[in-house]
Design a protein around this ligand. Sequence first.
Ligand code: ATP
Ligand code: MG
Length: 280
Amino acid sequence: YLAGYDKVKRDIEDTVLLALTHGDVYDKITAATRMKNETNRPKCVLFEGPPGCGKTTSAKIISQQVEIPLVYMPLEAIMSKFYGESESKLAEIFEACAAMGSVILFIDEIDSLATSREAGLHEATRRILSTLLRKIDSFESDGEVLVICATNRKKDLDPALVSRLDLSIRFELPEASTRSEIFQRYAKQLSEEELKELGELSVNLSGRDICDICKDAERKWASKYIRKEVNQIAPAIEVYLDATMARLLQIQDSNLRMDHDFRPDLIASKLRSQPVAQST
Ligand SMILES: Nc1ncnc2c1ncn2[C@@H]1O[C@H](COP(=O)(O)OP(=O)(O)OP(=O)(O)O)[C@@H](O)[C@H]1O
Ligand SMILES: [Mg+2]
């Protein structure tokens, strides 16, 4: 269940889901339009965007909704584990998928095959990439396998791979209202106002960050509860605010997703429940 992201969900439904559930309609259309018997169902799609924004989750949801098994293929792991024989392993995986009939092949971290423009591709990487491209091409004719690739670095993908994508869906960092919805997903006891407050404070955080914050808050609360420092079972807003603050500071330290929206001062003043001073 992916909270928020309504546009992304609709895009996925329009493109991927309908093609999987009503493939016959797509085939009838091409039968009426094309000289040759061809298919126009999407065969290879890309999910791209920053870490923790629902790419893997969405692939799992699609697989459940259409009741087609998902084969998870973390490319980085395959490349390092089977160093030297990665292409044959890759080919084996593709063959196993084809043998399964209908299957969704989820290739995570497809940017492991990234081109570094100056240096060019490592020889082994180049062979893996060409195996992958060949396999994607050969699936086109079978019509049973949907390949979903995921990456945090679309810019680095090889042009030959990009040109084979039927479509690309972007998963952005969530905005404030979406962040509130994600908080609600993991902290249903909070009031609408509290959720709104958390959504506004958690600037630049991903869905994964929010999920982690809520787990963190629950664990802290558990120890308080066990020590009988509190008696209600569901954590109060304060622990979520604390955990959010901690996560924001952690990100600020690691200097990752910083931008002008980041306002630790605002958060700190909220935590102290003081009115925010207007700076003009
Ligand atoms: N919109 C959301 N609603 C609910 N949970 C979310 C949402 N976005 C992310 N999450 C949570 O964050 C976790 C990480 O999300 P997911 O694995 O889908 O991210 P990803 O985009 O695949 O990240 P990566 O690029 O690091 O692989 C999920 O397990 C899920 O619990
Ligand atoms: Mg993922």
